[in-house]
Design a protein around this ligand. Sequence first.
Ligand code: SF4
Length: 232
Amino acid sequence: MELVLLPEAKSEEKQLPQAQQVVPDSDTLKEIEKQVESETKKGSIKKNLIDIKDKIKELTARSVNIGIGLSIADVFAKASKTSGLVDEKWANYTAIEVMNNLNKDSYAKTASTEKILLLPHCLRRMQVCKATFDEDGWHCKHCGACSISLIQEKAEAKGIKTFVLSGGSMVKKIIMKHQPKAILGVACFNEIKMGSEALGEVNVPHQAVLLKKDGCVNTEVDANEVIEKLEL
Ligand code: SF4
């Protein structure tokens, strides 16, 4: 399939995230791969991670229109296959960034009070957490042991309602009950992939932040990345 370079998406295309999908071209993906290789050979690990993430964000902004609907799973498959990116973590990160770019304008145009933030309960520090649970999920008591407290405070200062969910099955219930116009979610790659496909079907613009340490308990997210998205 022939790829067509689009330096800037047209405004009417930005309003139709479910109808147009973008994917980085092969040169862009090769550049990402080279950058990942080069950055991992030099400097501190922390600085490298920041550099790689910034580079991926910069490069995925230069996406191409392929004129058909691609799911995030398709984008991931294409990113891995075309670029030869062997590190699944960076291929996942690239796919999420592509999806974020696709949804960015329509997400940013939505009023903060019509957005919601979904956080996974696995961020809690189970041994000390005092959060209580009801049909809207976990309610943080702000002990400060995990990043939920800070992220929730920042979100709610902007009028963005926050839900700490016990699993992906709660997402649909929360959306049905609270009817958000846009969603920011934090999760592992598979949860984001499933959520993004479901939200694309109902045309709800969304942004996602990948967990930096996933698993079932005591997971971690870069709070600054979430706060950056809250500012959109
Ligand atoms: S900050 Fe909130 S969610 Fe995190 S461990 Fe403390 S009470 Fe639980």
